[in-house]
Design a protein around this ligand. Structure first.
Ligand code: CA
Length: 219
């Protein structure tokens, strides 16, 4: 899940990025509002974590700009100010959720899961295809009721394909959602992950459309 983190506090930003990476998110970290704006213009993000007090361009202005251009990317606002007026202003400007600093990393990740679930129209937290079941909260995959061990990237790839079942995702789209800034992408990494997923979960699960991309059909 490709996520843009916008936070100017180096310690907090580093902690959030590390925690999200460990939870399987591909994280790009922008340290000011202007860099975040440029990233949002060029990148395809599934989630945005936005601090309000930022240099160059405030989080509130960035949020208003994002919604004015019609983006529906789920936004979770981080605020240091625990006043009702600030929270109301953030929600009115188009935030989907907010957390007041300091917060618990586990709560942030749980809220992100809920946001991506809502934005993909997923009523239940489990993603299913035939006898395959992916539990984003527990980070577990089961086939025929038995746990299957996947690497973090394999899990992320399977999750992307299940979330967009019926839609073909290109290799570039998948790479973008699996890897954050500055992370080395080996040239055939997506193919390798797909190969492993097929070995573990069955060869018919993921279809290759030669020259186009990969798809898991709607079940
Ligand atoms: Ca700040």
């Amino acid at each position: 899940m490709r996520t843009l983190l916008v936070e100017d506090d180096p310690l907090l930003g580093d902690g959030i990025r590390a925690g999200l990476k460990q939870a399987g998110y591909a994280v790009d970290w922008a340290r000011d509002g202007q860099t975040a704006k440029l990233s949002l213009e060029s990148g395809d993000y599934a989630l945005l974590i936005l601090d309000l007090g930022l240099p160059k361009l405030s989080g509130m202005d960035l949020l208003k700009w994002l919604r004015a251009k019609g983006s529906s990317t789920p936004v979770l606002v981080l605020t240091a100010r625990d006043t009702v007026a600030d929270r109301v202003a953030g929600l009115d400007a188009g935030a989907d959720d907010y957390l007041i600093k300091p917060f618990d990393l586990d709560e942030l990740i749980a809220r992100l899961r809920a946001l991506s679930r809502r934005s993909s129209g997923q009523a239940t937290p489990l993603l299913r295809h035939g006898t395959i079941e992916l539990d984003p909260a527990a980070r577990q995959v089961r086939k025929d009721g038995r746990n299957v061990t996947l690497s973090a990237r394999e899990f992320a790839l399977l999750q992307e394909l299940l979330l967009h079942a019926g839609r073909v995702l290109s290799r570039e789209q998948l790479e973008e959602r699996l890897y954050g800034w500055g992370e080395e992408v080996e040239s055939n990494s997506v193919e390798v992950h797909v190969h492993h997923l097929r070995k573990k979960l069955g060869s018919a699960l993921i279809r290759t459309l030669r020259g186009v991309g990969y798809v898991i059909d709607k079940s």
